[in-house]
Design a protein around this ligand. Structure first.
Ligand code: HEC
Length: 141
């Protein structure tokens, strides 16, 4: 009984790998897009409470004018953004905003969707941007 269960799990795992390599299952484009900017790769650990509180304060001062968690403001709601986008993408968007708006196909489309409203450069450094990301991670439901 237990063996049968294990065999079906193995089969499932192997099947998913086969489908993935055949391109049938692909990670969502939004998750593979790292954006352009200084951040090439980030490794995320467990959520850091101190960074969350620093990030929350920065968010309130620099992002809340245009973003809420659940409602559309000048920009899109950000409740689950840390789940729906690569962390590199979110950081690069904060750190390299105008360049991303010029080059990133996804952001370009988003600008059109948001009636040409554009996000302004926040002027954050990498440590500050990283804590904002931590805050956004803590808000995911
Ligand atoms: C002046 C208004 C404004 C400010 C300030 C602003 N944003 Fe934005 N944001 C926008 C708009 C408009 C968009 C969508 C179009 C674009 O990218 O310009 C956007 C897009 C985004 C996206 C992409 C959403 C998606 O669906 O992929 C993220 C992430 C984001 N903002 C995070 C932030 C963070 C974090 C801050 C603060 C550091 C911030 N924004 C500050 C207006 C703003």
């Amino acid at each position: 009984m237990k063996n049968k269960f294990l065999v079906s799990i193995y089969t499932l795992v192997i099947a998913s790998f086969l489908f993935m390599s055949a391109g049938v299952i692909q990670p969502k484009y939004e998750m593979t897009n790292l954006g352009v900017g200084p951040i090439k790769s980030v490794t995320l650990g467990p959520i850091d409470a101190k960074m969350v509180s620093q990030g929350k304060a920065i968010f309130t001062n620099t992002c809340a004018l245009c973003h809420e968690m659940d409602q559309l403001k000048i920009g899109p709601p950000l409740r689950n953004i840390a789940k729906d986008r690569a962390p590199e993408f979110i950081l690069n968007l904060m750190l390299n905003t105008s360049e991303m708006q010029k080059t990133d196909p996804y952001i370009k489309a988003l600008i059109v969707k948001f009636n040409n409203a554009v996000m302004t450069d926040s002027g954050l450094n990498q440590t500050q941007a990283r804590s904002v990301l931590e805050y956004l991670r803590s808000e995911v439901k």
